[in-house]
Design a protein around this ligand. Structure first.
Ligand SMILES: [Zn+2]
Length: 297
């Protein structure tokens, strides 16, 4: 097997309970939804959320016929399954984003929120996403920006050694990166995406504000401030809408999954298995979870 970049593993994690429950991130959750609704086509055929976790945003995808919730963590996908019930539009897929298990030109919409900071090899990930996107599709990307007001002030006050102005990614904890918006735009263009509308999000992610100002007021102010995102980016979170080119491959009707190792289109599942006719590897489907993390021995 070729050497892939390292992946941040949330297997067995209590991420949902630890990070999202209890209301402390109500503000972030709401302003992210505002930005997503502004950038994502509301209806369509096939959507994938890359790094969907426990499905926090799944209710935003009601207008789509098929919704793939893709994550590296089976544990988080099982949580998503438990709270979304047996809605047949949701497809749960575990795998490595450097080897996306889908045929080329499949998705009309790709959404990726709060996960790019775990990407050690952004160009490799963008190449995969470009491959599975169909012509004229939309890729809504959120990333953590290193070029935000707090880091600029801290840098000027000499309380932070790294510069928020340099383009290279900043790895502040192992496998946790902040990115410069210009650098992200350049990487998107290199693989073929056309970066478009940008929204800045979470202007008021400051504990004392979240404690003292009603959440609804902060959400309203942030919703307005987001609209300046095309001109300057000084928030910890940036949303970008990117377009796929108008040319390229469109998936053949009836094809969907492809072998992550050799990219051969996979046939329908048989007896809880997808068997690759290209390399012979077998991939498991168990209790409606497609598992492409490793082949069945
Ligand atoms: Zn194969």
């Amino acid at each position: 097997m070729e050497q892939l970049p390292p992946v941040c593993d949330y297997e067995g994690s209590d991420y949902r309970a630890r990070f999202w429950e209890g209301g402390a991130r109500d503000y972030e959750d709401r302003v992210e939804r505002v930005a997503l609704r502004r950038l994502m086509p509301p209806v369509g055929k096939t959507l994938i959320e890359v790094g969907a976790g426990f499905g926090r945003l799944a209710d935003e995808y009601r207008g789509y016929d098929e919704v793939v919730l893709f994550d590296y963590s089976r544990t988080l996908l099982r949580e998503a399954q438990a709270h979304l019930g047996d809605d047949p539009r949701f497809i749960y897929v575990a795998g490595n984003w450097y080897q996306m298990p889908f045929v080329a030109g499949l998705f009309e919409t790709i959404v990726q929120i709060r996960t790019l900071h775990h990407a050690a090899d952004v160009p490799a990930l963008f190449r995969q996403l470009f491959r599975i996107a169909r012509p004229r599709s939309t890729y809504v990307l959120e990333f953590a920006s290193k070029h935000h007001l707090k880091s600029v002030l801290r840098y000027w006050a000499k309380k932070q050694t790294w510069s928020p102005f340099t383009l290279e990614p900043e790895e502040f904890v192992e496998l946790n990166f902040d990115f410069h918006p210009h650098w992200i735009r350049e990487q998107l263009k290199v693989v073929g995406f056309v970066p478009g509308r940008t929204l800045t999000v979470s202007h008021f992610r400051l504990d004392f504000l979240k404690r003292t100002v009603p959440t609804q007021a902060l959400v309203t102010m942030d919703s307005l401030a987001q609209l300046t995102g095309n001109w300057w980016q000084l928030t910890p979170s940036v949303f970008m809408r990117n377009r796929h080119l108008s040319i390229g491959e469109t998936a053949e009707p009836g094809t969907f999954f492809a072998c992550p190792e050799c990219q051969t289109a996979l046939p329908e599942q048989d007896n809880e298995l997808l068997v690759c006719s290209g390399c012979g590897r077998r991939w498991q489907v168990k209790d409606s979870l497609y598992d492409f993390k490793e082949p069945v021995p």
